[in-house]
Design a protein around this ligand. Structure first.
Ligand SMILES: [Zn+2]
Length: 103
């Protein structure tokens, strides 16, 4: 689903406490991508901005590509690592999970 919603081969997110995030320019539009998932997009350019899941109500995940300084985010793990397109080869030492990391 992240791939379809981002329109890219990979989607990269960074999580924040939901209360710590405020959209200060305009109000993004929301798409219900599943029964519990909510994705927000820029109303003007359509950029994918965030993901929220009702099952994790205290977190808000921002798309790294939408940040002013995406290079300052250091990846820590790969989720849905077995669901990549064939030409993606993640050959780093980060933990790879078939879906989410164990709770
Ligand atoms: Zn925009």
């Amino acid at each position: 689903m992240c791939r379809r919603c981002s329109g890219a081969a990979l989607a990269t997110f960074v999580g924040f406490p939901k209360q710590a995030v405020e959209f200060t320019h305009g109000s993004p539009t929301m798409y219900h991508s599943s029964s519990t998932g909510r994705r927000r997009y820029c109303r003007q350019c359509g950029s994918s901005l965030s993901y929220y899941d009702e099952n994790d109500p205290n977190s808000l995940w921002l798309t790294v590509g939408s940040l002013d300084h995406p290079g300052e985010v250091n990846p820590t793990e790969h989720w849905y690592a077995t669901d990549t397109v064939e030409w993606i080869h993640m050959e780093d030492d980060l933990p790879h999970y078939p879906e989410y990391p164990p709770a």
